[in-house]
Design a protein around this ligand. Sequence first.
Ligand SMILES: *Cc1c(COP(=O)(O)O)cnc(C)c1O
Length: 460
Amino acid sequence: MNRKYMAEPYRIKMVEPIRETTKEERITLLKNAGYNPFSLKSDDVYIDLLTDSGTGAMSQDQWAAMMIGDEAYAGSRSFYRLESVVKNITGYEYFIPVHQGRGAEKVFLPQLVTKPGMYYISNIHFDTTRAHVELAGARALDCVVPDCYDIEHWHDFKGNMCLECLENTILEKGKDNICGVIMTITNNSAGGQPVSMENMRETKKICDKYGIKMIIDGARYAENSFFIKEREKGYQDKDIVDIARETFSYADAFLMSAKKDGLVNMGGVIAIKNDRELFDKCRTYVVPYEGFPTYGGLNGRDMDALAVGLMEALDIRYLTHRIDQVRYLGDRLHEAGVPIQYPVGGHAVFVDCKAFAPHIPYDQFPALSVTNAIYIEAGVRAVEIGSLLLGRDPDTLKNRESKMELMRLTIPRRLYTYNHLDVVADAVIHVYEHRHELKGYQFDYESKILRHFTSTFKPI
Ligand SMILES: *Cc1c(COP(=O)(O)O)cnc(C)c1O
Protein backbone atom coordinates (compact mmCIF):
# COMPACT_ATOMS: atom_id res chain seq x y z
CA MET A 1 0.00 0.00 0.00
CA ASN A 2 1.34 3.39 -0.94
CA ARG A 3 0.00 6.05 1.39
CA LYS A 4 1.07 9.66 1.33
CA TYR A 5 1.45 9.75 5.11
CA MET A 6 2.33 6.62 7.04
CA ALA A 7 -0.22 5.61 9.69
CA GLU A 8 0.87 5.14 13.29
CA PRO A 9 3.17 2.12 13.58
CA TYR A 10 1.70 1.40 17.01
CA ARG A 11 -1.58 0.75 18.81
CA ILE A 12 -2.71 2.93 21.69
CA LYS A 13 -2.70 0.78 24.81
CA MET A 14 -3.32 3.46 27.43
CA VAL A 15 -5.09 6.78 27.13
CA GLU A 16 -4.84 10.10 28.95
CA PRO A 17 -8.06 12.17 28.87
CA ILE A 18 -7.70 15.84 27.91
CA ARG A 19 -9.85 18.64 29.26
CA GLU A 20 -11.58 21.08 26.94
CA THR A 21 -12.27 24.73 27.71
CA THR A 22 -14.53 27.31 26.08
CA LYS A 23 -13.28 30.32 24.16
CA GLU A 24 -14.55 32.65 26.91
CA GLU A 25 -12.61 30.67 29.52
CA ARG A 26 -9.47 30.79 27.43
CA ILE A 27 -9.61 34.57 27.06
CA THR A 28 -9.53 34.88 30.87
CA LEU A 29 -6.98 32.09 31.33
CA LEU A 30 -4.55 33.75 28.93
CA LYS A 31 -4.97 37.15 30.55
CA ASN A 32 -4.26 35.61 33.96
CA ALA A 33 -1.16 33.97 32.48
CA GLY A 34 0.20 37.41 31.57
CA TYR A 35 -0.30 36.60 27.88
CA ASN A 36 2.63 34.19 28.13
CA PRO A 37 1.61 30.67 27.05
CA PHE A 38 4.44 29.25 29.22
CA SER A 39 2.38 30.33 32.25
CA LEU A 40 -0.76 28.41 31.24
CA LYS A 41 -1.61 25.26 33.15
CA SER A 42 -1.41 22.23 30.90
CA ASP A 43 -4.92 21.36 32.07
CA ASP A 44 -6.11 24.52 30.34
CA VAL A 45 -4.55 23.40 27.05
CA TYR A 46 -6.35 21.08 24.65
CA ILE A 47 -3.50 20.24 22.28
CA ASP A 48 -0.08 21.08 23.63
CA LEU A 49 2.45 21.86 20.92
CA LEU A 50 4.65 24.02 23.14
CA THR A 51 7.54 21.64 22.82
CA ASP A 52 8.63 18.19 21.78
CA SER A 53 10.92 18.13 24.81
CA GLY A 54 10.10 15.37 27.27
CA THR A 55 6.49 15.31 26.07
CA GLY A 56 6.49 12.11 24.06
CA ALA A 57 4.91 8.77 24.91
CA MET A 58 7.09 5.89 26.05
CA SER A 59 6.71 2.42 24.57
CA GLN A 60 5.76 -0.79 26.38
CA ASP A 61 9.40 -1.86 26.16
CA GLN A 62 10.53 1.33 27.85
CA TRP A 63 8.00 0.94 30.66
CA ALA A 64 9.09 -2.66 31.06
CA ALA A 65 12.75 -1.60 31.15
CA MET A 66 11.97 0.72 34.06
CA MET A 67 11.15 -2.32 36.16
CA ILE A 68 14.74 -3.49 36.00
CA GLY A 69 16.14 -0.07 36.92
CA ASP A 70 18.99 -0.41 39.42
CA GLU A 71 18.96 2.48 41.86
CA ALA A 72 22.50 2.04 43.18
CA TYR A 73 24.22 5.38 43.84
CA ALA A 74 27.45 4.24 42.20
CA GLY A 75 28.02 1.85 39.33
CA SER A 76 24.44 0.72 38.78
CA ARG A 77 23.55 -1.87 36.16
CA SER A 78 21.27 0.72 34.56
CA PHE A 79 24.25 3.00 33.99
CA TYR A 80 26.24 0.27 32.28
CA ARG A 81 23.31 -0.68 30.06
CA LEU A 82 22.89 2.93 28.98
CA GLU A 83 26.61 3.45 28.57
CA SER A 84 26.84 0.51 26.24
CA VAL A 85 24.01 1.83 24.04
CA VAL A 86 25.51 5.33 23.86
CA LYS A 87 28.96 3.97 23.06
CA ASN A 88 27.49 1.69 20.42
CA ILE A 89 25.60 4.50 18.67
CA THR A 90 28.31 7.14 18.89
CA GLY A 91 31.45 5.06 18.71
CA TYR A 92 32.82 7.28 21.52
CA GLU A 93 34.86 6.14 24.52
CA TYR A 94 33.39 8.22 27.32
CA PHE A 95 29.86 8.78 28.55
CA ILE A 96 28.32 10.76 31.42
CA PRO A 97 24.56 10.87 32.02
CA VAL A 98 22.97 14.19 32.98
CA HIS A 99 19.44 15.18 33.91
CA GLN A 100 18.73 16.99 30.63
CA GLY A 101 20.40 18.86 27.77
CA ARG A 102 21.16 22.02 29.68
CA GLY A 103 22.84 19.93 32.37
CA ALA A 104 25.21 18.73 29.67
CA GLU A 105 25.77 22.32 28.55
CA LYS A 106 26.39 23.56 32.07
CA VAL A 107 28.96 20.85 32.77
CA PHE A 108 30.66 20.72 29.37
CA LEU A 109 30.72 24.20 27.82
CA PRO A 110 32.75 26.02 30.55
CA GLN A 111 35.54 23.42 30.19
CA LEU A 112 36.60 24.89 26.85
CA VAL A 113 36.40 28.53 28.02
CA THR A 114 39.99 29.03 29.12
CA LYS A 115 40.24 32.85 29.20
CA PRO A 116 38.06 35.95 28.86
CA GLY A 117 36.90 37.12 25.43
CA MET A 118 36.32 33.74 23.84
CA TYR A 119 33.65 32.55 21.39
CA TYR A 120 31.68 29.47 20.52
CA ILE A 121 30.57 29.28 16.91
CA SER A 122 27.47 27.31 15.93
CA ASN A 123 25.21 26.89 12.92
CA ILE A 124 22.66 28.38 15.37
CA HIS A 125 23.01 28.12 19.14
CA PHE A 126 19.85 26.82 20.73
CA ASP A 127 18.59 29.23 23.43
CA THR A 128 19.80 27.29 26.50
CA THR A 129 23.11 26.65 24.74
CA ARG A 130 23.51 30.36 24.09
CA ALA A 131 22.65 31.07 27.73
CA HIS A 132 25.28 28.60 28.98
CA VAL A 133 27.90 30.00 26.62
CA GLU A 134 27.19 33.46 27.99
CA LEU A 135 27.06 32.26 31.63
CA ALA A 136 30.49 30.67 31.08
CA GLY A 137 31.81 34.12 30.12
CA ALA A 138 32.06 33.47 26.39
CA ARG A 139 30.03 34.79 23.46
CA ALA A 140 27.91 32.82 21.00
CA LEU A 141 28.23 33.46 17.25
CA ASP A 142 25.99 31.86 14.61
CA CYS A 143 27.08 30.97 11.09
CA VAL A 144 24.10 29.24 9.48
CA VAL A 145 23.79 29.14 5.66
CA PRO A 146 21.77 31.98 4.09
CA ASP A 147 19.37 29.33 2.67
CA CYS A 148 18.02 29.08 6.19
CA TYR A 149 16.39 32.49 5.88
CA ASP A 150 14.88 31.75 2.48
CA ILE A 151 11.79 30.67 4.35
CA GLU A 152 9.44 29.67 1.56
CA HIS A 153 11.80 27.88 -0.84
CA TRP A 154 12.99 24.31 -0.75
CA HIS A 155 16.59 23.68 0.20
CA ASP A 156 17.52 20.16 1.28
CA PHE A 157 19.70 21.19 4.21
CA LYS A 158 18.73 24.58 5.53
CA GLY A 159 20.35 23.82 8.88
CA ASN A 160 23.90 23.68 7.48
CA MET A 161 26.86 25.64 8.73
CA CYS A 162 28.00 28.37 6.35
CA LEU A 163 31.61 27.28 5.85
CA GLU A 164 32.73 30.65 4.60
CA CYS A 165 31.23 32.44 7.59
CA LEU A 166 32.78 29.85 9.92
CA GLU A 167 36.27 30.23 8.54
CA ASN A 168 36.05 34.03 8.32
CA THR A 169 34.85 34.19 11.92
CA ILE A 170 37.71 31.99 13.10
CA LEU A 171 40.21 34.20 11.25
CA GLU A 172 38.61 37.41 12.46
CA LYS A 173 38.45 36.41 16.13
CA GLY A 174 41.67 34.38 16.09
CA LYS A 175 41.68 30.59 16.41
CA ASP A 176 42.95 30.74 20.00
CA ASN A 177 39.83 32.68 20.96
CA ILE A 178 37.42 30.00 19.71
CA CYS A 179 36.30 27.57 22.43
CA GLY A 180 34.69 25.19 19.98
CA VAL A 181 32.33 24.79 17.06
CA ILE A 182 28.87 23.53 17.97
CA MET A 183 26.88 21.78 15.27
CA THR A 184 23.21 21.72 16.24
CA ILE A 185 21.46 18.77 14.56
CA THR A 186 18.78 19.18 13.56
CA ASN A 187 19.10 22.93 13.74
CA ASN A 188 16.33 23.69 16.24
CA SER A 189 16.26 27.49 15.98
CA ALA A 190 16.40 27.26 12.17
CA GLY A 191 13.13 25.33 12.20
CA GLY A 192 14.40 21.83 12.93
CA GLN A 193 16.17 21.91 9.57
CA PRO A 194 18.72 19.19 8.87
CA VAL A 195 22.47 19.37 8.41
CA SER A 196 24.00 17.29 5.62
CA MET A 197 26.76 14.76 6.08
CA GLU A 198 28.88 16.68 3.63
CA ASN A 199 28.50 19.82 5.72
CA MET A 200 29.47 17.88 8.87
CA ARG A 201 32.56 16.61 7.09
CA GLU A 202 33.58 20.03 5.74
CA THR A 203 32.99 21.72 9.08
CA LYS A 204 35.17 19.13 10.76
CA LYS A 205 37.93 19.82 8.21
CA ILE A 206 37.90 23.50 9.09
CA CYS A 207 37.95 22.67 12.81
CA ASP A 208 40.94 20.37 12.27
CA LYS A 209 42.75 22.98 10.21
CA TYR A 210 42.64 25.41 13.14
CA GLY A 211 42.86 22.88 15.97
CA ILE A 212 39.34 23.61 17.23
CA LYS A 213 37.06 21.05 18.85
CA MET A 214 33.80 20.16 17.16
CA ILE A 215 30.80 19.45 19.34
CA ILE A 216 27.47 18.02 18.26
CA ASP A 217 24.42 19.44 20.01
CA GLY A 218 22.41 16.45 18.89
CA ALA A 219 19.03 16.44 20.57
CA ARG A 220 17.51 15.32 17.25
CA TYR A 221 20.36 13.43 15.63
CA ALA A 222 18.04 10.52 14.67
CA GLU A 223 15.69 12.85 12.79
CA ASN A 224 18.73 14.43 11.14
CA SER A 225 19.94 10.99 10.08
CA PHE A 226 16.53 10.32 8.54
CA PHE A 227 16.77 13.47 6.40
CA ILE A 228 20.27 12.49 5.28
CA LYS A 229 18.96 9.09 4.22
CA GLU A 230 16.08 10.71 2.39
CA ARG A 231 17.89 13.60 0.70
CA GLU A 232 21.64 13.12 0.48
CA LYS A 233 23.21 11.25 -2.39
CA GLY A 234 24.76 7.95 -1.39
CA TYR A 235 22.78 7.46 1.82
CA GLN A 236 19.48 6.04 0.55
CA ASP A 237 20.45 2.45 1.25
CA LYS A 238 22.25 3.03 4.52
CA ASP A 239 20.82 2.13 7.92
CA ILE A 240 19.89 5.03 10.15
CA VAL A 241 22.26 3.87 12.88
CA ASP A 242 25.17 3.82 10.43
CA ILE A 243 24.35 7.32 9.27
CA ALA A 244 24.25 8.42 12.91
CA ARG A 245 27.61 6.78 13.57
CA GLU A 246 29.20 8.51 10.62
CA THR A 247 27.78 11.83 11.85
CA PHE A 248 29.36 11.30 15.27
CA SER A 249 32.67 10.37 13.68
CA TYR A 250 33.10 14.01 12.61
CA ALA A 251 32.88 15.43 16.12
CA ASP A 252 34.88 15.29 19.35
CA ALA A 253 31.95 15.42 21.73
CA PHE A 254 28.20 14.96 21.75
CA LEU A 255 25.77 16.78 24.01
CA MET A 256 22.20 15.61 23.95
CA SER A 257 18.89 16.51 25.40
CA ALA A 258 17.51 12.97 25.57
CA LYS A 259 14.04 14.46 26.01
CA LYS A 260 13.91 14.59 22.21
CA ASP A 261 15.35 11.66 20.25
CA GLY A 262 15.95 9.72 23.47
CA LEU A 263 12.17 9.20 23.64
CA VAL A 264 12.14 9.81 27.38
CA ASN A 265 10.56 12.44 29.56
CA MET A 266 13.82 13.38 31.28
CA GLY A 267 17.47 12.73 30.55
CA GLY A 268 20.62 13.96 28.89
CA VAL A 269 23.92 12.76 27.55
CA ILE A 270 27.53 13.92 27.47
CA ALA A 271 29.68 11.69 25.28
CA ILE A 272 33.31 12.36 24.46
CA LYS A 273 35.16 10.70 21.64
CA ASN A 274 38.61 10.15 23.14
CA ASP A 275 39.82 13.21 25.07
CA ARG A 276 40.50 11.70 28.49
CA GLU A 277 41.44 15.01 30.08
CA LEU A 278 38.21 16.67 28.96
CA PHE A 279 36.25 13.69 30.22
CA ASP A 280 37.95 13.91 33.62
CA LYS A 281 37.14 17.62 33.86
CA CYS A 282 33.47 16.99 33.02
CA ARG A 283 33.31 14.12 35.48
CA THR A 284 34.62 16.39 38.21
CA TYR A 285 32.07 19.08 37.40
CA VAL A 286 29.13 16.74 37.07
CA VAL A 287 29.32 15.76 40.75
CA PRO A 288 28.38 19.13 42.31
CA TYR A 289 25.95 20.05 39.51
CA GLU A 290 24.18 16.87 38.48
CA GLY A 291 25.19 13.96 40.69
CA PHE A 292 27.65 11.10 40.83
CA PRO A 293 28.96 10.34 37.30
CA THR A 294 27.12 7.02 37.05
CA TYR A 295 23.70 8.62 37.48
CA GLY A 296 24.09 12.35 36.71
CA GLY A 297 20.72 13.36 38.12
CA LEU A 298 18.81 10.41 36.68
CA ASN A 299 17.12 7.49 38.38
CA GLY A 300 18.39 4.05 37.42
CA ARG A 301 14.99 3.37 35.85
CA ASP A 302 15.27 6.57 33.78
CA MET A 303 18.59 5.39 32.40
CA ASP A 304 17.04 2.07 31.41
CA ALA A 305 14.11 3.78 29.68
CA LEU A 306 16.63 5.93 27.81
CA ALA A 307 18.75 2.95 26.79
CA VAL A 308 15.66 1.47 25.08
CA GLY A 309 14.38 4.82 23.75
CA LEU A 310 17.64 5.67 22.00
CA MET A 311 17.38 2.50 19.95
CA GLU A 312 13.64 2.90 19.21
CA ALA A 313 14.27 6.41 17.87
CA LEU A 314 16.58 4.96 15.22
CA ASP A 315 13.86 2.65 13.88
CA ILE A 316 13.03 3.59 10.30
CA ARG A 317 9.28 2.94 10.67
CA TYR A 318 9.11 5.11 13.76
CA LEU A 319 11.06 7.90 12.02
CA THR A 320 9.01 7.71 8.81
CA HIS A 321 5.76 8.14 10.70
CA ARG A 322 7.22 10.83 12.93
CA ILE A 323 8.40 12.97 10.04
CA ASP A 324 5.17 12.26 8.10
CA GLN A 325 3.05 13.66 10.93
CA VAL A 326 5.00 16.89 10.91
CA ARG A 327 4.76 17.01 7.12
CA TYR A 328 1.02 16.42 7.22
CA LEU A 329 0.43 19.48 9.40
CA GLY A 330 2.83 21.50 7.23
CA ASP A 331 1.07 20.45 4.02
CA ARG A 332 -2.35 21.34 5.36
CA LEU A 333 -1.19 24.86 6.27
CA HIS A 334 0.82 25.30 3.08
CA GLU A 335 -2.16 24.29 0.93
CA ALA A 336 -4.31 26.87 2.73
CA GLY A 337 -1.78 29.60 1.94
CA VAL A 338 -0.49 30.05 5.51
CA PRO A 339 3.17 31.13 5.29
CA ILE A 340 5.30 28.39 6.80
CA GLN A 341 8.91 27.45 6.65
CA TYR A 342 9.23 25.12 3.70
CA PRO A 343 10.08 22.30 3.66
CA VAL A 344 9.08 21.54 7.24
CA GLY A 345 11.80 20.36 9.58
CA GLY A 346 11.90 17.31 11.78
CA HIS A 347 10.01 18.17 14.91
CA ALA A 348 7.76 21.09 14.18
CA VAL A 349 5.98 23.27 11.71
CA PHE A 350 7.22 26.84 11.85
CA VAL A 351 4.76 29.51 10.83
CA ASP A 352 6.37 32.63 9.37
CA CYS A 353 4.76 35.37 11.44
CA LYS A 354 6.64 38.20 9.75
CA ALA A 355 4.60 37.31 6.66
CA PHE A 356 1.54 36.34 8.72
CA ALA A 357 1.30 39.64 10.62
CA PRO A 358 3.57 42.15 8.85
CA HIS A 359 1.80 45.03 10.59
CA ILE A 360 3.34 44.05 13.97
CA PRO A 361 6.97 45.22 14.50
CA TYR A 362 9.61 42.82 15.84
CA ASP A 363 9.75 44.38 19.30
CA GLN A 364 6.00 43.84 19.67
CA PHE A 365 6.54 40.14 18.99
CA PRO A 366 4.34 39.14 16.03
CA ALA A 367 4.81 35.42 16.68
CA LEU A 368 3.60 35.80 20.27
CA SER A 369 0.52 37.50 18.90
CA VAL A 370 -0.28 34.61 16.53
CA THR A 371 0.48 32.06 19.24
CA ASN A 372 -1.93 33.69 21.67
CA ALA A 373 -4.62 33.91 19.00
CA ILE A 374 -4.57 30.18 18.23
CA TYR A 375 -4.74 29.39 21.94
CA ILE A 376 -7.87 31.50 22.23
CA GLU A 377 -9.31 30.01 19.06
CA ALA A 378 -8.85 26.32 19.82
CA GLY A 379 -6.90 25.76 23.05
CA VAL A 380 -3.78 24.90 21.05
CA ARG A 381 -0.52 25.93 22.70
CA ALA A 382 2.41 26.80 20.44
CA VAL A 383 5.54 28.84 21.15
CA GLU A 384 7.25 32.00 19.90
CA ILE A 385 10.67 31.55 18.30
CA GLY A 386 11.71 35.02 17.32
CA SER A 387 12.85 38.31 18.81
CA LEU A 388 11.31 37.53 22.19
CA LEU A 389 13.31 34.32 22.49
CA LEU A 390 16.48 35.92 21.14
CA GLY A 391 16.54 38.37 24.03
CA ARG A 392 18.67 41.44 24.54
CA ASP A 393 22.27 41.89 23.49
CA PRO A 394 24.33 41.05 26.61
CA ASP A 395 26.64 44.03 25.98
CA THR A 396 24.31 46.81 24.79
CA LEU A 397 21.11 45.48 26.44
CA LYS A 398 19.18 46.41 23.27
CA ASN A 399 16.39 44.18 21.98
CA ARG A 400 17.94 42.01 19.28
CA GLU A 401 15.92 41.70 16.10
CA SER A 402 15.58 38.11 15.00
CA LYS A 403 15.93 37.41 11.29
CA MET A 404 12.81 35.27 11.52
CA GLU A 405 9.65 35.65 13.59
CA LEU A 406 8.35 32.12 13.90
CA MET A 407 5.56 30.38 15.71
CA ARG A 408 6.59 26.82 16.38
CA LEU A 409 3.93 24.11 16.36
CA THR A 410 5.99 21.39 17.95
CA ILE A 411 4.84 17.80 17.57
CA PRO A 412 5.47 15.57 20.60
CA ARG A 413 6.67 12.07 19.70
CA ARG A 414 4.01 9.32 19.49
CA LEU A 415 1.51 11.47 21.43
CA TYR A 416 -1.11 12.88 19.09
CA THR A 417 -3.00 11.51 16.09
CA TYR A 418 -3.70 13.00 12.67
CA ASN A 419 -7.10 14.12 13.99
CA HIS A 420 -5.45 16.32 16.60
CA LEU A 421 -3.31 17.83 13.87
CA ASP A 422 -6.47 18.65 11.90
CA VAL A 423 -7.79 20.65 14.85
CA VAL A 424 -4.50 22.55 14.93
CA ALA A 425 -4.55 23.21 11.19
CA ASP A 426 -8.15 24.46 11.30
CA ALA A 427 -7.31 26.86 14.14
CA VAL A 428 -4.25 28.32 12.43
CA ILE A 429 -6.12 28.71 9.14
CA HIS A 430 -8.97 30.48 10.95
CA VAL A 431 -6.59 32.93 12.64
CA TYR A 432 -4.84 33.49 9.30
CA GLU A 433 -8.14 34.46 7.73
CA HIS A 434 -8.58 37.05 10.52
CA ARG A 435 -4.92 38.11 10.69
CA HIS A 436 -5.61 41.83 10.25
CA GLU A 437 -7.19 41.88 13.72
CA LEU A 438 -3.97 40.69 15.42
CA LYS A 439 -2.28 43.12 17.86
CA GLY A 440 1.28 43.31 19.21
CA TYR A 441 2.46 42.99 22.82
CA GLN A 442 4.65 44.95 25.23
CA PHE A 443 6.32 43.79 28.44
CA ASP A 444 4.50 44.03 31.71
CA TYR A 445 7.43 42.36 33.48
CA GLU A 446 10.66 41.33 31.73
CA SER A 447 12.93 38.71 33.31
CA LYS A 448 16.67 38.91 32.73
CA ILE A 449 17.79 35.42 31.70
CA LEU A 450 15.82 33.34 29.17
CA ARG A 451 13.12 35.97 29.31
CA HIS A 452 10.57 34.17 27.14
CA PHE A 453 9.91 31.63 29.91
CA THR A 454 8.72 33.95 32.69
CA SER A 455 8.02 37.45 31.38
CA THR A 456 4.47 38.83 31.35
CA PHE A 457 2.89 41.04 28.68
CA LYS A 458 0.16 43.53 27.89
CA PRO A 459 -1.59 43.73 24.52
CA ILE A 460 -0.97 47.02 22.73
C1 LIG B 1 16.20 20.99 23.95
C2 LIG B 1 17.53 21.38 23.47
C3 LIG B 1 18.56 21.70 24.36
C4 LIG B 1 18.36 21.79 25.85
O1 LIG B 1 17.95 20.59 26.38
P1 LIG B 1 16.99 20.45 27.65
O2 LIG B 1 16.83 19.00 27.79
O3 LIG B 1 15.74 21.18 27.35
O4 LIG B 1 17.71 21.07 28.80
C5 LIG B 1 19.78 21.99 23.81
N1 LIG B 1 19.98 22.00 22.49
C6 LIG B 1 19.02 21.71 21.62
C7 LIG B 1 19.30 21.72 20.15
C8 LIG B 1 17.75 21.40 22.07
O5 LIG B 1 16.77 21.13 21.20
